[in-house]
Write a protein that binds this ligand. Structure first.
Ligand SMILES: Nc1ncnc2c1ncn2[C@@H]1O[C@H](COP(=O)(O)OP(=O)(O)OP(=O)(O)O)[C@@H](O)[C@H]1O
Length: 600
């Protein structure tokens, strides 16, 4: 539909000559916006008087909205790829209408709008009159403003579409805008923009509430994996802590969702659903108005804890320094591929099926195994065996009712494999067997490195953990490690981009090591690209023992106890040894058990 109709031209003339709005020929959102601009005393023929932010203030604003930029940037680039060459520019706005970033199509670069919608410019109605960002901010709805529908005549040469991004509490967290010279309605672009805004919203919610229970729901089960899924985040008391816009729409009859208990929104209490949700099942629920929806839990720390809630738990004392079933080791599982592959894990662990974790070195096999054990509610201990440890009959009584973790089965000698097979025959069904390998069972069999009988015995529920270079949760993992390494230390977008450019052959071990090195070397509170000078190149020189001593002395000066410093030393040494615990233990003159104890 061509937008510049005669009625619109007449409405403009009326506005410009008489300073009044004739609403009958205008779309309602435009008429309302023009009226607000008239009420504000804006001159439709006037100029914008508010200067753009200087570069320093813009940088501060970008820092303040760093998380929004992080999650929006990949979406903006994707959008750009989808509409590249169609004379567009994409802009990201803050909740105050300030443009933070833009991506301009080459064709559009010469257009006046490309020089107007620039980082640092503000697009609220009170500053720029009717425009899509201003309307979206005012109404909380997606907005289109085409050509002459802009209040200021100066903006009549451009058309813009804006989708608001929400923050999980119903408030606007940002704005996504596409501007073009086209005078036609851009329904396709508008739909793409709304999808991207929804995606950014879901990412913001998931990252802000990664420790909390995230429930996905939709009237139709096949939509649970799509962008139109409703999202509800529950806090520790099972009250609603956040919801996405879709979720809000599905539960539209219920006001003030935030803080409401799950049982006030749905017919059944969460306790009765916990076991099935925690095991990754899709269940059917009814809200308080009787509408049915399918619901599933996003696999993360809290969903594993939920599965433990319904399983018998016990106080366990371990002599091996392994994880206790009562404590949840922190784990980041935000990568969608990993999350999907891990979906049936709690169920498999409860059923006693052997679990096999496959992945390159450092992808997190041991961490996931300890997590499964800790979440499983098993009453017995955690026993970890590595190649060369010796597999004797005593293990049978040590591990009863607990978890036997077989690390690096790809490196087991044939003699150990024989012993292991005999041990597995004797162990009864209440011991959970988790094995870890850097290669698939079939590959090991083909290479003659594992006895088929053992490989088939171990390969019950197989989870292939993606390498870090293929994971989508680099940001969450980085934040997680930084919080462990030095609480308060953060990383900016340029730093993240630098990390993204790397291949990570050492996976999470390497990420942790590089972040630790950067943390030791910097005196600031925010890491940036310059703190990773050799990424993609040769490895950093090892941190000297003197430097480690200096840092540790500083830590004790700052009031840390010897025990904490001891832990820091051990962590630093493990990092120095690229995560090789045996080597770190040898260099520190400690047992591996002690090292593991501190790492936990
Ligand atoms: N999902 C995760 N979230 C947070 N930290 C993790 C995660 N997975 C692993 N880690 C951390 O990353 C490091 C490497 O993990 P881990 O030792 O489990 O890897 P691995 O695959 O067992 O390594 P290897 O092959 O060398 O035995 C550890 O410091 C671990 O705590």
């Amino acid at each position: 539909m061509v937008v510049q109709t005669q009625e619109l031209s007449r409405a403009r003339q009326y506005l410009e000559r008489r300073g009044r709005v004739s609403s009958s020929s205008l779309p309602p959102d435009i008429a309302d916006s023009w009226q607000r601009c008239v009420d504000l005393g804006l001159d439709p023929l006037g100029k914008v008087r508010m200067p753009n932010l200087d570069s320093g203030s813009l940088r501060d604003a970008c820092d303040a909205h760093e998380q929004l930029i992080r999650y929006a940037r990949p979406e903006i680039e994707l959008l750009y790829d989808q509409i590249a060459g169609s004379n567009f520019m994409i802009a990201l706005g803050s909740p105050d209408g300030l443009i933070l970033q833009t991506l301009v199509d080459q064709q559009f670069a010469d257009n006046a709008a490309a020089h107007t919608v620039v980082p640092g410019s503000t697009w609220t109605e009170s500053v720029r009159g009717t425009n899509a960002l201003g309307i979206a901010l005012k109404t909380g709805r997606p907005a289109h403003v085409y050509g002459q529908e802009h209040y200021l005549r100066a903006n009549a040469g451009v058309s813009c579409i804006c989708a608001p991004i929400f923050d999980g509490h119903g408030a606007i967290a940002g704005l996504l805008d596409a501007s073009t010279t086209a005078a036609h309605r851009q329904e396709h672009t508008a739909a793409l923009l709304q999808m991207s805004a929804g995606n950014i919203e879901n990412c913001l919610i998931r990252s802000r509430y990664e420790d909390q229970l995230v429930l996905l729901f939709h009237p139709r089960p096949e939509y649970l994996d799509t962008l139109s899924v409703g999202v509800l985040v529950l806090d520790g008391d099972h009250r609603i802590a956040a919801f996405n816009r879709r979720g809000g729409i599905f539960l539209a009859g219920l006001s003030d969702l935030i803080g409401k208990p799950f049982s006030a929104v749905f017919e059944e209490g969460l306790e009765s659903l916990a076991g099935r949700l925690g095991r990754g099942e899709t269940i059917r629920v009814r809200d308080r108005f009787g509408s049915a929806a399918s619901m599933r839990c996003l696999p993360n720390r809290a969903s594993f804890a939920l599965s433990a809630l319904s399983a018998p738990s016990a106080e366990i004392s371990l002599d091996g320094g392994g994880p206790s079933a009562g404590t949840q080791p922190a784990l980041v599982l935000e990568d969608p591929t990993l999350a999907e592959r891990a979906t049936g894990l709690p169920q498999a662990a409860h059923s006693g099926m052997p679990i096999c974790l496959e992945g390159e070195t450092g992808t997190g096999k041991t961490a996931l195994a300890t997590f499964i054990h800790a979440s499983s509610g098993r009453e017995g201990p955690w026993v970890s065996l590595q190649p060369g440890d010796g597999i004797g009959p005593e293990i049978e009584s040590q591990v009863r009712g607990g978890t036997l973790y077989l690390d690096a089965v790809n490196d087991l000698s044939m003699a150990d494999q024989e012993a292991l097979l005999r041990l597995l025959e004797r162990l009864d069904g209440d011991t959970l067997i988790i094995s870890a390998s850097t290669a698939s069972a079939q590959h090991l069999i083909d290479q003659g490195r594992i006895r088929p009988a053992l490989a088939y015995r171990l390969a019950g529920f197989v989870v292939v953990i993606p390498p870090l270079r293929d994971r989508d949760d680099l940001i969450e993992l980085t934040d997680h490690f930084l919080a462990e390494i030095r609480p308060g230390l953060t990383i900016d977008s340029a730093g993240i981009e630098r990390l993204r450019a790397h291949d990570w052959p050492g996976n999470l071990h390497e990420l942790r090591t590089r972040l630790t090195r950067a943390a030791v070397k910097t005196s600031g509170f925010r890491l940036t690209a310059a703190d990773f000078p050799d990424i993609g190149g040769t490895p950093d020189a090892p941190v000297s023992a003197d430097r480690i001593a200096e840092v540790l002395l500083k830590l004790t000066d700052n009031g840390l106890k010897w025990r904490d410093v001891h832990g820091q030393t051990i962590r630093l040494m493990v990092d120095q040894c690229e995560g090789n615990v045996a080597e770190a233990a040898r260099r520190l003159g400690l047992s591996r058990t002690t090292v593991y104890k501190y790492l936990q």
